[in-house]
Design a protein. Structure first.
Lengths: 310, 251
C-alpha cells in the first residue's frame, strides 16, 4: 500500500529524514514511533503530497506521490497533526464540503457523511459550528473528514494528542475497528496506545529508522529484559551476596523497609530465574511476600533505541 | 466541475460568515452614499457639462475608497489558509492547484460585485425624483459598471497575488495596497517627471484608470482598456498560480 524508498528531506541547516525505506502492506496497522523532531510528521507530509522530498521516492497504492499526486491523494485519507478545520462551518457542512472535494457525487456524499458521523459518534454535534467544539470532538471531525471518501489508506498524525484518557480509549477502539477494513499508518508518542493498536511498529529517531517489527519481537530483542522483583525477610543474611550466586542474575539492587527488603534483579534476556530464587529463599529460610516478573515494556525499547547514540 | 463549485461555495461562505464582510459592506455603502450626496450637491452648484454618473465616479473619495477596499477584501484569501493550517487539508485533497487559485479569485470578485449592486439604486432614485437623466445615454450605465468590474477584477487579482506571497494578512494587505497605488498613480508620472515627451505622456495615459473611468462613464466603450484589464488579470492570476505551486519546488 505504501512503499517508501531512500526518502530524504533536507532543510537548509538540517536534515529531517535520511535515506528512509519502509513498506506498509494492505490491511496492516503500522505505528510510527519516535521522539519529537524525529521526522514522523515530515514523512507523513511527503506521503500526503503536501511537500516534496529532496530525494528518494514514495508511492501510495502504486501511484507515485510526486508525479501522480492526484491519484495518490484519491486513495488516501490524511489527518494532520493539530487537525486544522474551518472554524466558521458546521460539522455536517464541513464534511459535505470535504466529500465534494474528494470527488463524491451528491447522493453518495450525503450517504457517506451520514455514515462517518455515525462512525465517529458525532450525531449530537452534527449541526454545531466547529469553532464551538471541544478538542476531542474536533479530532473526531478530522477523523471523519479523513474517512468520508472511504479511502484504502489512512494516515493519521498523532490522532490522540491532547485528548483525555476516555477519549483516547474511544479513538483507540475506533482505530482498531477501522483497521479491519483499511490500512492505517499512524504516528504517536503515546506508547501503550501504539502497543495496543498496531500490528507493527517502526521506531524512528533523528530521521533514521532504528527498528521495525511487531511489538512482541521488539520487546524480546531488548538487550536486557525488565527483571524480577523480590520482597523477602532476609534476617541477618546478606541477600545480595546470596542472590548473586544465581548465574543468570546480572545485577541486584536493594532497598530495606524495616524487616522486609525489596530486591530488584536484572537477569539475562530470555531467562526466567524465579524458580531458582524461590529455591534459594526456601534454602535460606527467608519469608517471601512477593516474587514477580517485571515485564519489559515498549517504553524501555523506545528509550533504549532512541538513546543508543546519546 | 463539482469540485470547482464546492471550492467556490466555500470561498463565498467564508466571506459572508465572517463579520468583516458585513463591516466592509456597511462602510462601503456609507461611503458610496456620501459620494452620491456630494455628486448631487456638485450638480446644484451651477450649470455643468458633466452628468451625475460622471460626477459620481470621478471623485477623489471614490478612488481613495477603491484603493483601500480591495486589499481588505483580498488579504485573507491565501494568507489565512496558511496561518490556520487548513492549507494542509486543502492541498492533500485531490484538487488541482488552478482550481484553488481561480476559486479564491472568483470568491473575492463575486463579493466585490455584490458590494456594488446596491449602488445601482442611487441612479434610479435620482431619475425618479428629479426627472432629469443621470446619464447622457444608457451606454453610460453599462460602461461605468463595466469599468468598475474590470478595474476591480484586475486589482483583486493583484491582491490575491500579494496574499499568496505571505502568511501574514497584514503584510499581504500592505503589499497589495502599495501595488495598487503604484498601478493607479502610474498615469500621473507625467505630473512629477519633467521633460516627458508628448508621445510618452500619451502612452502612459493608456494605463490610466482615471481616464478609463472618465471615458466609460460618458458612455464611450473603448475596447482597448477592456483588453488591457482582461489580459493583465490573466497574467497576474498566472503568476499567482506559479507562486502557489512554488511550494512544490522547495526540495
Amino acid at each position: 500500500m505504501i512503499k517508501v524508498e531512500h526518502l530524504t528531506k533536507k532543510y537548509p541547516g538540517h536534515t529531517a529524514i535520511r535515506d528512509l525505506s519502509f513498506e506498509v502492506g494492505k490491511g496492516e496497522i503500522v505505528g510510527f514511533l519516535g521522539p519529537n523532531g524525529a521526522g514522523k510528521s515530515t514523512t507523513m507530509r511527503i506521503l500526503s503530497s503536501f511537500m516534496p522530498a529532496t530525494s528518494g521516492s514514495a508511492s501510495i497504492a502504486g501511484y507515485n506521490v510526486f508525479t501522480q499526486s492526484r491519484e495518490a491523494r484519491t486513495h488516501l485519507g490524511y489527518m494532520p497533526e493539530n487537525v486544522p478545520l474551518y472554524m466558521d462551518m458546521r460539522v455536517n457542512e464541513y464534511l459535505s464540503y470535504r466529500a465534494a472535494l474528494k470527488g463524491l457525487g451528491s447522493r453518495r456524499a450525503k450517504e457517506r457523511v451520514g455514515d462517518v458521523i455515525e462512525l465517529c459518534s458525532l450525531n449530537e454535534m452534527e449541526k454545531r459550528i466547529i469553532g464551538t467544539l471541544s478538542k476531542g470532538y474536533r479530532q473526531r471531525v478530522g477523523l471523519a473528514d479523513a474517512l468520508v471518501h472511504d479511502p484504502d489508506l489512512l494516515i493519521l498524525d498523532e490522532p490522540t494528542s491532547g485528548l483525555d484518557p476516555n477519549q483516547i480509549r474511544q479513538v483507540r477502539e475506533l482505530i482498531k475497528n477501522l483497521g479491519k477494513r483499511h490500512t492505517i499508518l499512524l504516528s504517536s508518542h503515546i506508547l501503550p496506545e501504539v502497543e495496543a493498536t498496531c500490528s507493527r511498529i517502526i521506531i524512528i529517531n533523528k530521521g533514521r529508522i532504528e527498528a521495525s517489527d511487531t511489538p512482541e519481537n521488539l520487546v524480546k530483542q531488548l538487550r536486557t529484559s525488565g527483571g524480577i522483583r523480590l520482597e523477602a525477610k532476609t534476617g541477618t543474611d546478606s541477600g545480595i551476596e546470596q542472590l548473586q550466586r544465581i548465574t543468570s542474575i546480572r545485577d541486584v539492587s536493594q532497598t530495606t523497609d524495616g524487616e522486609w527488603t525489596t530486591f530488584l534483579l536484572r537477569i539475562e534476556a530470555g531467562m526466567d530465574a524465579r524458580e531458582e530464587i524461590f529455591r534459594l529463599c526456601v534454602e535460606r529460610g527467608w519469608a517471601v511476600r512477593e516474587l514477580a516478573n517485571q515485564r519489559a515494556t515498549l517504553e524501555d525499547v523506545f528509550v533504549e533505541l532512541t538513546h543508543a547514540d546519546a | 466541475m463539482r469540485k470547482f463549485f464546492a471550492l467556490l461555495g466555500r470561498e463565498l461562505k467564508s466571506y459572508f460568515y465572517s463579520p468583516i464582510a458585513w463591516v466592509v459592506m456597511f462602510f462601503f455603502l456609507f461611503l458610496t452614499g456620501f459620494m452620491f450626496y456630494s455628486a448631487v450637491k456638485f450638480l446644484t452648484l451651477g450649470p455643468t457639462q458633466v452628468t451625475l454618473m460622471e460626477a459620481f465616479f470621478n471623485q477623489v473619495p471614490f478612488w481613495f475608497g477603491f484603493i483601500l477596499l480591495i486589499p481588505l477584501i483580498t488579504m485573507r484569501t491565501f494568507s489565512e489558509e496558511w496561518k490556520m493550517g487548513t492549507i494542509e487539508t486543502l492541498m492533500t485533497a485531490p484538487v488541482r492547484d488552478w482550481q484553488v487559485v481561480l476559486t479564491k479569485f472568483l470568491g473575492a470578485f463575486i463579493f466585490y460585485i455584490v458590494l456594488w449592486i446596491p449602488t445601482t439604486i442611487y441612479f434610479r432614485i435620482f431619475t425618479m425624483i428629479s426627472n432629469a437623466p443621470a446619464v447622457r445615454s444608457d451606454g453610460a450605465y453599462y460602461g461605468s459598471y463595466l469599468m468598475i468590474f474590470l478595474i476591480g477584477m484586475f486589482y483583486i487579482s493583484v491582491g490575491c497575488l500579494a496574499s499568496a506571497l505571505t502568511r501574514n494578512q497584514i503584510v499581504a494587505g500592505v503589499i497589495s495596497m502599495c501595488s495598487i497605488m503604484c498601478l493607479f498613480f502610474f498615469a500621473w508620472i507625467s505630473f512629477f517627471v519633467l521633460n516627458v515627451s508628448p508621445v510618452l505622456s500619451e502612452f502612459i495615459g493608456y494605463f490610466s484608470a482615471i481616464d478609463h473611468m472618465a471615458t466609460f462613464s460618458k458612455g464611450l466603450l473603448d475596447t482597448r482598456p477592456i483588453v488591457y484589464y482582461v489580459s493583465m488579470t490573466a497574467l497576474v492570476l498566472y503568476l499567482t498560480l506559479q507562486v502557489f505551486q512554488s511550494r512544490k519546488w522547495k526540495v
